[in-house]
Design a protein. Structure first.
Length: 243
């Protein structure tokens, strides 16, 4: 379960799936003799920035249920990997995945209400939704809207491949930021999409959403130093693939 707003409204469900489900999975892995795991973690474990960009040593203080379940998942994995020689757990702390495969064969068109920015923008652009809700325009950011580190999904996939290939040479528990190292605002994303597609995206400003941080982006140097050398896709390419 991965939606910040939903996690605030349904915390018990999030703890059940994200924490309880992880514990059940680890039990199944033990019975099957599987000693390696790549864990989908999140930058939300950091909470409100004490400094930016976030590096892996930034203090933890998640501000929503989703972030707290991810931090508990990491703690569980750290204890699990340290409990027996030969186990390895890698927590990839995702920032904000966007875009689609350039082939167009695999896209980003979720059923129901999307929980990410890009499919909302796309659905407004094609007329499926009337307008985009922008949650807050009074943050202390470049244009008042929330700033995030948007990483292309192909880069994210390549980071997983790197983690699988290198896991035996990493520490028993290793946390790695997966981001671009740059922050972009919601309206910057909207306007760039409009530029690439030639379509106007209607939006309206709503109240801030509970559990949202004003701005964050990654220090991705630990991934680079560790040999995670995936080709970082330019944001423009990410937007073109989404269009």
């Amino acid at each position: 379960m991965k939606a910040v707003g939903e996690s605030v409204a349904e915390p018990a469900r999030y703890y059940d799936v994200n924490v309880g489900g992880t514990a059940i999975l680890l039990g199944a892995m033990e019975r099957a003799g599987c000693n390696n795991i790549i864990f989908s973690s999140s930058a939300t474990v950091y909470g409100e920035p004490q400094y930016l960009p976030f590096d892996e040593n930034h203090p933890f203080d998640p501000i929503n249920s989703y972030g707290r379940t991810k931090l508990m998942g990491e703690n569980l994995l750290q204890d699990w990997s340290n409990a027996k020689q030969g186990r390895h757990a890698v927590a990839l702390r995702y920032f904000n995945p966007v875009g689609a495969d350039a082939s167009g064969l695999i896209g980003e068109d979720p059923n129901g209400i999307p929980n990410k920015l890009m499919p909302f923008i796309s659905q407004v652009a094609v007329g499926r939704r009337e307008c985009l809700q922008v949650f807050g325009d009074d943050y202390e950011t470049i244009d008042g809207t929330g700033v995030r580190d948007y990483i292309h999904v192909v880069d994210l996939a390549q980071a997983h491949v790197e983690a699988v290939e290198q896991i035996s040479s990493l520490a028993a528990f290793e946390a790695i930021n997966i981001g671009t190292g740059e922050g972009l605002s919601v309206l910057q994303m909207v306007h760039e999409f409009e530029k690439q597609s030639g379509v106007t995206v209607k939006f309206q400003i709503s109240d801030r959403r509970p559990g949202d941080a004003p701005a964050y982006w990654a220090d991705a140097s630990h991934a680079a130093d560790g040999g995670f050398s995936w080709e970082r896709t330019d944001l423009i390419d990410a937007l073109k693939s989404a269009v």
